[in-house]
Structure formats: C-alpha cells, structure tokens
Design a binder for this molecule. Sequence first.
Ligand code: PLP
Ligand code: COI
Length: 361
Amino acid sequence: MEISVTGNAAPVPDDRLAEILSAPGFGVHFTDHMLTVEWTPEKGWHDARITPYGPITLDPATAVLHYAQETFEGMKAYRHEDGSIWSFRPEENGARMARSSHRLALPVLEVEDFVAAVDALVRVDERWVPDGAGEKSLYLRPFMFASEKFLGVRPSQHVTFMVIASPAGAYFKGGLKPVSLWLTEEYTRAGRGGMGAAKTGGNYASSLVAQQEATSHGCDQVVFLDAQEMRYVEELGGMNMYFVYDDGHIVTPATGTILEGITRASIIELAGKLGHSVEERRFSIEEWRDDVSSGRIREIFACGTAAVVTPVGSLKHAGGEIPAPADTGEAGGELTGRIRSALVDLQFGRAEDTFGWMHRI
Ligand code: PLP
Ligand code: COI
C-alpha cells in the first residue's frame, strides 16, 4: 500500500510536547498526524494518506452515525532504552480487526496493510512515543467505519479506515491497586450469534449504562455474565479476567462471546513459561464465590492493552459481596505482579523476546 505524507505545518512545539509526555493521562492528547485510507467496491482500498491531525467532516446521513457499522483496535508502541520503537504482536490486532470487520460486514484490510499503516503513522509521529520510564507508551487506535451517505440498512459502499495515536500513561488513576468490581444482573454484553467477539463500538455503547451502575455502587469496573444463563463470567467492560488457584493453576473464562484479548492470549503463554497451566473454560459466579470463600482462589487479575495487568479486589452484587481473595495485597497478588512484570519487561525491551512477539517500527 502506497501511503502519501503531508507534514504538519504547525506541529505541537517541543516544550509543550515534553509537558504532555510527562503526564499524558489516557486518550486525551493526540499526535500531529492521522492516517486515512478509503474503500469502495470498485477501487478496493485506495488513497492512503497521512495528513495533519484534525476534525473530519461527515454528512449527517453518514451510515456509521445511524447504524454503528464500525470496528476498532487498541495497541501500543513502546520506546526501548536504546531509543528504538516497537509494537507488540501487531499482526494479531490486524487479524482481529479482519475478524471484527467480517462480523460487521465491513471490507477486510489485509494484515500486512494494517501493520504498514500503523507503522507509517508511528514513524511520522515518532517524537510522540514517550520514553519507557513509568511504562508510558503511544496508544494506537486503528478504526474503520461506514462512511457512505445513505440511510438504507445495508453494508456501506464507502468505508474509511483511520489510525490515530495518543500518548498514554496509566489507564486507571491512582496507580497499581486492586480494582473493585460490580456484578451487573440486569445487563449483558453479548449473546450467542451476537457481536461479543468483535471489537466494535456498539459493545462499548451497551456497556456504559452497566458501568454507570457499577460507579453508582462505588465500584471501578463492571463484570458481565453470559446472556443465556446469567451464570458464567464473561469479562469486564474492557478487560479479560484470570483466577489464580492455590495449586498454581489459573482459570480464564472462555464462552465464545468475549473479546479474546491479545494480552489474554499472551498471558496464557507467559504463565505457562512461569510454570502455571491456564485452563480456558466456562467459569461460574458460584465458583468465584465458593472458591474465594474456601481460600482456593488466591488472586484475581484482569488484563488488556490499555489497562495492562490490573489486580482485582472485591466483587459487589445486589445480594452482597465476594471479598478480595486472600493473597490480594495493596498492589495485587504475587503471581499477578510476576506476570505483569514478565509482560511489560518484554514490551519495553528489558527482557529477551523469546516468543518473537515484538515488531520493530
Ligand atoms: N475485552 C474487552 C471488552 C476489551 O475492550 C479489551 C481491550 O482491548 C480486552 C478484552 C483486552 O484485549 P487486548 O488484550 O487485545 O487489548
Ligand atoms: C484497549 O485495551 O485497547 C481497549 O480497547 C480498552 C478500552 C480503552 C476500550
């Protein structure tokens, strides 16, 4: 894919950039450029360009505004100590976007073009990749949407793929401490045959009211159960979950309706290397309650690109509370910490990449 580049005549000045990178927050500042590619059935993907970052104009009848035909990805670029810049398993994000786009009847962008597009934007906005101290990174947000001006309900005949980038610090304010959870018994995230396994805006739109419910109960995040039996644990609004047992084995929910994280898949392999087997299976809310209560579950954590590995504390629900597992310290459990370190050390180039997961940009 040929990508043209138009420089930004007014990039953010160096002193302002240094100020932003010292405390980037999450998703609030954006780099000097953005990448855009268009698709039509006649021409396929075409007109790939990097231009100065800025607002885009959409006709009020643009399909995505009405029917939410869109997909997105979340990934990061990391600066290593020698100044080089790397992404983590970007072809997995490209492959997942292709699966999501298939589910949303959007055209598929080849993984190779997806990776080339992301790399090209990072290269142009290279100065926006923070140094790795404090685990800061450049969060990358590729997304694809129905850009045809048409109100009929059918797959859009004009589609736009874009990549934007935003320097990122910790996703949760307050540093690394266990998050408290709320179990929603009113809302579900995904049903059989639905879009649960796709990374599409509608899943996040539908999670917001449940997240509001969690917040109103004083909890940080919401836990969703399966839609059919309201019994099996699915995931959080933006993270997958892990339960660590006293004999060292780990369980992570698998229901077919969760968003299967790239962090999740990587942790399954990393945990294996640390000598912990990981079972992917249905995991019921009764097991959570009983196995914490008996002391068999020692730690719980959640993971995702934005939140990395985050310890989980107690779970509140309408009928009461399941307390944090016994080994949950101030900053989570011991194995949670080891898995987190193994992952971030690899991402920031502090540990050897024996898996071949890092991609040099
Ligand atoms: N589950 C949901 C609903 C998410 O939004 C995310 C974040 O991307 C994840 C899980 C974790 O996925 P990944 O590890 O690929 O970031
Ligand atoms: C991610 O971890 O990349 C996510 O997409 C979670 C959230 C920011 C939507």
